[in-house]
Design a protein around this ligand. Structure first.
Ligand code: GCO
Length: 496
């Protein structure tokens, strides 16, 4: 388990101390190929910063009916932590633990979406959204994680889904975006295999209540982030630093995904379902064989662990070998588990934020400028590489991008505007990269910006602003940022 001691601290961790300046690592060598089967890294799109969707010379049209969307998650926006019988989640516990969240922030109020959802639905309509991805809070539905449904919690999501349909916006609901009921954590959380079955029970309640009104379900949001941040670095709930537990958790999250897929099929409904994986292209940090080998294994932990098990019914042999036969994960895999995990899915949700450059020693390096999130290197071609890689390696399964975005230092100006030009450039370049993948045959059907609104960015609290729409937290006033105006035009043009 050598790799476990030094890796997996990338996502949202303080990388600055560990990161090696890229120039020092990469020199001038272009990374023409990778050991991960990702294909070549194309030169970054040198797009003209002034171009808009309406410039016919540079405009790229998307397929008709492309699902232009935006995404949020329950704990990050809803607030109303004690409303209508909601139980506690591990994020309530974690955010109320001193020292865990920047500035001592919590999700108690967040963007107050639970109370203001009707106003937010109108903003989505004004934006022209065709798809809205949100998550359902498990502790609103089952306050203790088991047993009968809390009707008032379900009613909130019924109202939300109805409001989306009334405005012509397709709902896309994530069943689990990290807010595990605290009562289930008290029984061992995702280390306890039984929690996967509890998740399927919860999913069944939600499917029965909302059924075909939600045409697309996503099971587990970013299992990798739960593993890496919740159980390796410990800077997310439940705040553990236990590599051996981490990969048992990975297995149980994958199992929970498969059980939920089967639960949906058992309802006989017509909705589609799939997992939501954050995929990071892993490139060798130099042209040595050692860096190529290190990048290949890194890719196993970042991507193939989740993709292979869900799409091919196998865990990658190199990762299992690296974990070792005495690891809790390997010992925890039972007959039939991989059949459950690879239950046929209808689509795959991809979240792309950053590439990873892996050095010969298995560390990571930065090659591109970062956003305010120091783990995020801005590299639009990583979007292209990720989408084309999935299609090449796993076949033509329909894809949706369910998250892509960045935090920018947004300020509400005296004139009432928010000039987030960096977000416009970022989204335009990433959409162009996605467009290039579509043009080469990748079956990408929709794209969701992270995020609709500024919100609670986990361990970063409210300091980072990721939204298209600015939230003035003291008043809860919403203001379209420049990027929201730009995105509305992109949607209207169906082109970028
Ligand atoms: C995730 C989550 C979001 C984050 C976003 C920005 O991908 O981690 O789905 O909840 O807020 O990614 O970090």
């Amino acid at each position: 388990m050598s790799i476990l001691t030094r890796r997996h601290l990338l996502r949202r961790a303080a990388l600055s101390a560990a990161a090696t300046p890229v120039g020092a690592v990469l020199g001038t060598t272009a990374l023409a190929t990778t050991a991960t089967g990702l294909g070549g890294c194309q030169p970054t799109d040198q797009a003209d910063d002034t171009a808009t969707a309406s410039d016919p010379a540079t405009r790229r049209s998307f397929p008709p009916d492309f699902g232009w969307g935006a995404a949020t998650s329950a704990y990050q926006i809803e607030g109303a932590a004690k409303e209508d019988g909601r139980g506690e989640s591990i994020w309530d516990t974690f955010s109320h633990t001193p020292g865990r969240i920047r500035n001592g922030d919590t999700g108690d109020v967040a963007a107050d979406h639970y109370q203001r959802y009707a106003e937010d639905l109108d903003l989505m309509r004004d934006l022209g959204l065709r798809s809205y991805r949100f998550s359902i809070s498990w502790p609103r539905i089952q306050p203790d994680g088991t047993g009968a449904a809390n009707r008032r919690g379900l009613d909130f999501y019924r109202r939300l889904v109805d409001g989306l349909h009334e405005r012509g916006i397709a709902p896309m609901a994530t069943l689990f975006h990290w807010d595990l009921p605290q009562s289930l954590q008290d029984t061992g959380g995702w280390e306890n295999r039984d929690v996967a079955q509890r998740f399927a029970d919860y999913a069944t309640i939600v499917f029965d209540a909302l059924g075909d009104r939600v045409p697309v379900w996503l099971t587990i949001n970013e299992p990798k982030t739960v593993v890496q941040n919740g159980y390796l670095s410990g800077h997310h709930a439940p705040g553990r630093q236990d590599p051996d537990a981490a990969y048992l958790v990975a297995h149980h999250l994958q199992l929970a995904h498969g059980l939920a897929v089967r639960a949906l099929r058992a309802t006989g409904g017509t909705s589609r379902i799939g997992p939501a994986f954050n995929l990071h292209p892993c490139y060798p940090g130099d042209d040595t064989a050692a860096a190529a080998a290190a990048a290949r294994l890194y890719d196993g932990y970042e991507n193939r662990l989740y993709l292979d098990s869900a799409l091919t019914g196998n865990y990658p042999a190199d990762v299992l070998a690296d974990l070792g036969s005495d690891s809790r994960m390997v010992r925890g895999i039972r007959d039939d588990d991989l059949d459950i995990i690879s239950s046929p899915i209808d689509l795959l949700a991809v979240q792309y934020y950053t590439p990873i450059y892996v050095t010969a020693s298995g560390g990571t390096a930065h090659r591109w400028p970062t956003s305010e999130a120091d783990w995020q290197q801005i590299y639009p071609d990583g979007m292209y590489d990720t989408l084309t890689r999935v299609t090449r390696d796993y076949g033509p399964i329909p894809l949706t991008v369910t998250e892509n975005g960045l935090p920018t230092p947004d300020v509400l100006g005296a004139d009432g505007t928010v000039a987030d030009d960096g977000r416009v450039t970022y989204l335009r370049d990433h959409l162009r990269a996605a467009h290039r993948a579509i043009a080469e045959g990748v079956p990408l059907e929709s794209f969701h910006v992270w995020s609709l609104l500024d919100n609670f960015e986990w361990a970063e609290g409210y300091e980072q602003r990721w939204g298209l729409i600015y939230v003035d937290y003291p008043t809860q006033r919403r203001v379209f940022k420049r990027s929201a105006h730009w995105y509305r035009q992109v949607i209207a043009d169906n082109a970028v």
